[in-house]
Write a protein that binds this ligand. Structure first.
Ligand SMILES: C[C@H](O)[C@H](O)[C@H]1CNC2=NC(N)=NC(=O)C2=N1
Length: 99
């Protein structure tokens, strides 16, 4: 099973990401897309990445803003898998002009 990260590991991991916050329980970030269809495209792109990784974020769509919350359910908190998925989400968002 993948290991839970310490508070220091999570802090260091968040510092390497752009705009993500959180703690040892979960990490989160919201992106504003240019419009609603683009927000849905972001969700779709993240769905593809999540399936490839077999690691799935919670996604909450509010018009053109998408809120992502990630933790590793099986471990009960934040692991390297969550930081890796956050990087993938950042890439997808950048490609769609969501920030
Ligand atoms: C069987 C399958 O690998 C697991 O249920 C996966 C699926 N996606 C998952 N996603 C997340 N975020 N945490 C998990 O523990 C998890 N487990």
């Amino acid at each position: 099973m993948v290991a839970l990260l310490s508070e220091d590991d999570v802090t260091a991991g968040l510092a390497d990401l752009n705009g993500w916050t959180g703690d040892t329980a979960e990490i989160r970030r919201s992106y504003a897309a240019p419009d609603f269809p683009t927000a849905i495209r972001l969700v779709d792109a993240v769905a593809v990445a999540a399936e490839e990784m077999d690691h799935h974020p919670d996604m909450d769509i509010r018009w053109r803003t998408v809120h992502f919350t990630i933790s590793t359910h099986s471990a009960g908190g934040v692991t390297e898998l969550d930081l890796a998925l956050a990087r993938k989400i950042d890439e997808a968002a950048a490609g769609l002009g969501a920030a």
